[in-house]
Design a binder for this molecule. Structure first.
Ligand code: C5P
Length: 295
């Protein structure tokens, strides 16, 4: 096999995100539920005759050597060389990008995870899912989740993952027109960093949690993001008129769940024209998992 085309890299939503502590290296300890949704970038991979990793589609503002897909593939290439004593063939990667950068939807991490899954297959590199997750983690705390590929309760910095059953629903997602840099949110002095830990006992239809806690089910990064980026606050306020609106990740996107597609369509139609908005359905499983199993 020399090509893998039409590989999806779906977005994620953080149904809640609590900051429960901080590691010695400054990274924050989180508790979150990660939910995949069916809005995705699309990636195409073609083996090359040389050993170069080339992203053939530009990402505005991102130098080629900082591109997360290229960095992830170089890590896998090095691991392949360590195991096999030679480099694998290079790869051309083309990306049809629809997920916003700085949106909290994990687009960049998802692209990198899809690239790792595809290259592992094309090169027959033979890394296990856990080995790919370990390889991807230093590049971004969300990458292990996308390789895990199922709705998950996440702890640690996002690398300790437990499968949970997420709600089967439609989401309206608003992109408030700002890109939020994740480090700016995590480094804010007024960020809440001591939310009590929760234990998920069941996640089928509602968040059922045991243990004493306050403020379960919010995004602890949201207050800071709303203060630093007022369009986020405006989107939360607007979408909050239609349900429980919440920010995903470190922002900027804001979402709200609906039980029917019709309700979601109605709300999308009302969203002010200054914002981009779309509906998405929950995905219980990463589409690349079955795609790779069927090769
Ligand atoms: O890993 P990722 O690229 O998503 O993180 C970007 C930055 O956000 C990190 O350099 C760190 O400053 C901050 N961060 C954090 N705790 C996390 C995730 C990210 O402090 N769990």
């Amino acid at each position: 096999m020399r090509s893998l085309h039409d590989c999806p890299a779906p977005a994620k939503l953080n149904l809640f995100l609590h900051v429960v502590g901080r590691r010695a290296d400054g990274y924050h300890l989180l508790q979150s539920v990660f939910q995949l949704v069916d809005r995705a970038d699309t990636l195409h991979f073609d083996l090359r005759d040389d050993e170069l990793i080339v992203r053939t589609t530009e990402v505005p503002g991102v130098p080629a050597d900082q591109d997360l897909i290229v960095r992830a593939l170089r890590l896998l290439q090095a691991e392949y060389a360590r195991r096999h004593g030679r480099l694998p063939p290079g790869i051309d990667v083309a990306v049809e990008k629809i997920l916003p950068m700085g949106g909290g939807l994990g687009g960049g991490s998802s692209d990198a995870a899809t690239a790792l899954m595809a290259a592992n297959r094309l090169w027959q590199a033979g890394l296990s899912q856990q080995e790919l997750m370990d390889l991807g983690l230093p590049l971004g705390a969300d990458i292990p989740f996308f390789l895990f590929g199922e709705t998950a309760f996440a702890e640690g910095v996002g690398e300790r993952l437990l499968p949970v059953r997420g709600p089967d629903c439609w989401y309206v997602i608003i992109e408030p027109g700002v890109a939020v840099p994740t480090p700016a949110i995590f480094s804010a002095p007024d960020l809440t960093r001591d939310t009590g830990r929760v234990i998920i006992s069941d996640f089928s239809s509602s968040y059922e949690v045991s243990g004493k806690h306050r403020g379960f089910g919010k995004n602890d990064l949201q207050d800071v993001a709303e203060r630093l980026f007022p369009p986020v606050a405006q989107a939360v306020e607007w979408l909050g008129r239609h349900g429980d609106a919440r920010m995903t990740g470190s922002g900027a996107c804001v979402f709200c769940a609906f039980s029917s597609e019709r309700e979601a369509d109605q709300v999308v139609a009302l969203v002010p024209g200054t914002w981009r908005a779309w509906k998405a359905h929950s995905l219980s499983r990463h589409p690349m998992k079955s795609l790779l199993q069927n090769q």
